[in-house]
Design a protein around this ligand. Structure first.
Ligand code: UDP
Length: 404
């Protein structure tokens, strides 16, 4: 296994996650590629240049290059990116020709998949896809996508040599919604950077983020969008009925417009009379987030759907119990009653009840926090990269021997 082209068309792994189109996928691509590179695989990550003045290539570390591809006007909303995929793919193919080709193309998200599909056929190399989200999964979470995206995804599913999912729950959901794909499904559990995210001194963390060590602190981390349920976190704080409790919300608006979700969250806080109890914090650099996780008594993840849920894993790695919706990957990350609680119906009162148990039973909270960090230690990017290397090697060997 020599070289891989990783496609991340709509968002760069170099961007700060936590707002706009940047979130878990950016962290996934950056960390996974870094681990592949450290294992000796030469990786080129192709992303669309979305602003002026970006260098054509950025060498992130040895074996790890991010290539900015000029395709269409810089500022384009995600919905308009379908129109520039062909131009993007042409430019990627030109670059691949210059560097002498790659052994595998690995797409992230369906837009990248459309590019990778063509690259697979033009270069006759295996095509691996990590969808991160899929139209039918979003529709189940109450957030429908246009029919053309669903058709495009169905076509990609038929063509991909392998589809990476993050956990058995995501695989089961995939098979239920799409049937058995032509290629193989591979479970590649994401990791967490343990050098950054580990248990630490809660009081010191509170001082660092200026939160009184004596007050109960709830934490929500993620983009402010309906899918993530910031409203459920706010309503859960209200249902908790403890005027001393604080909810810290770290993250910014989602997409290019944000669709007024941040304003709606502020309005809800005012409507419920919680303005003294809720702090909105700008998106934080990934490494700073560990201080927030360590400072919190409980991290709340009330998502409608979640293919994996890196925030829940990072919180657990920091030794903080998680109260999450029982959806998607969160079900495999949180051991109900052991490392936190899973709530089946997204009812804020049920979230509040689980949060109250953690706040009121310090022994339970400590035991859960310790169990959470042990549980999280299973997840490393190096392990994810090792599985991926084996997958790439299998696919390239099969192509050599069987011709497909
Ligand atoms: N994140 C961050 N800074 C922020 C907010 C979020 O670095 O201010 C990161 C967070 O650490 C996590 C990712 O963004 O790694 C969000 O991933 P998750 O899987 O929870 O949600 P997604 O964005 O994929 O829906």
């Amino acid at each position: 296994m020599r070289r891989v082209a990783v496609i991340s068309l709509h968002t760069s792994p170099l961007l700060q996650p936590g707002s706009g189109d940047s979130g878990g996928m950016n962290v996934y691509v950056r960390e996974l590629v870094s681990s592949l590179a450290q294992a000796g695989v030469e990786c080129y990550t192709y992303t669309r240049a979305d602003r002026e003045g970006l260098p054509c290539e950025v060498t992130v570390e040895p074996n790890h290059t991010v290539v900015h591809i000029e395709a269409g006007p810089h500022h384009l909303p995600k919905e308009a990116l379908g129109d520039v995929v062909d131009e993007f793919t042409d430019r990627v193919l030109e670059h691949l020709d210059i560097i002498g080709g790659v052994d595998v193309v690995h797409a992230n998200y369906w837009l990248s998949g459309v590019a990778a599909h063509r690259i697979k056929h033009e270069l006759d190399i295996p095509f691996v896809s990590t969808f991160h989200t899929l139209a039918r999964v979003k529709a189940e979470g109450g957030d429908p996508e246009p029919a053309w995206r669903d058709r495009a995804e169905a076509e990609l599913i038929n063509c991909a040599d392998a589809i990476c999912v993050s956990c058995p729950e995501e695989e089961a959901q995939f098979r239920r919604l799409y049937g058995d794909p032509q290629g193989q499904i591979e479970i590649i559990a994401p990791g967490v950077e343990h050098a950054l995210f580990g248990p630490g001194d809660r009081a010191g963390a509170r001082r660092a983020i200026d939160v009184d060590p004596a007050v109960p602190m709830l934490l929500f981390v993620g983009r402010i969008q309906p899918l993530k349920g910031p409203d459920v976190a706010i309503r859960a704080l209200h249902a908790l009925g403890r005027p001393d409790a604080r909810l810290v919300i770290v993250g910014g608006a989602s997409g290019t417009t944000g669709d007024g979700e941040v304003e709606r969250a502020h309005e809800l806080v005012d409507e419920l009379g919680l303005h003294d109890q809720v702090d909105f914090v700008e998106p934080q650099p990934h490494h700073i987030l560990s201080t927030y996780y360590r400072a919190a008594d409980v991290v709340v993840v009330p998502s409608r759907s979640e293919s994996f849920g890196l925030v829940a894993l990072e919180a657990a790695a920091c030794g903080t119990p998680v109260v999450a919706s029982a959806v998607g990957g969160l079900q495999s990350l949180v051991d109900h009653g052991d490392t936190g609680f899973l709530i089946t119906d997204r009812d804020p009162a049920h979230f509040a009840k689980a949060i109250a148990r953690i706040l009121d039973e310090p022994l339970l909270a400590d035991t859960m926090g310790a169990a959470a960090s042990v549980r999280a230690s299973r997840y490393t990017w190096a392990f994810a990269a090792a599985r991926l290397r084996r997958l790439y090697a299998d696919l390239t060997a099969r192509r050599l021997v069987l011709g497909h």
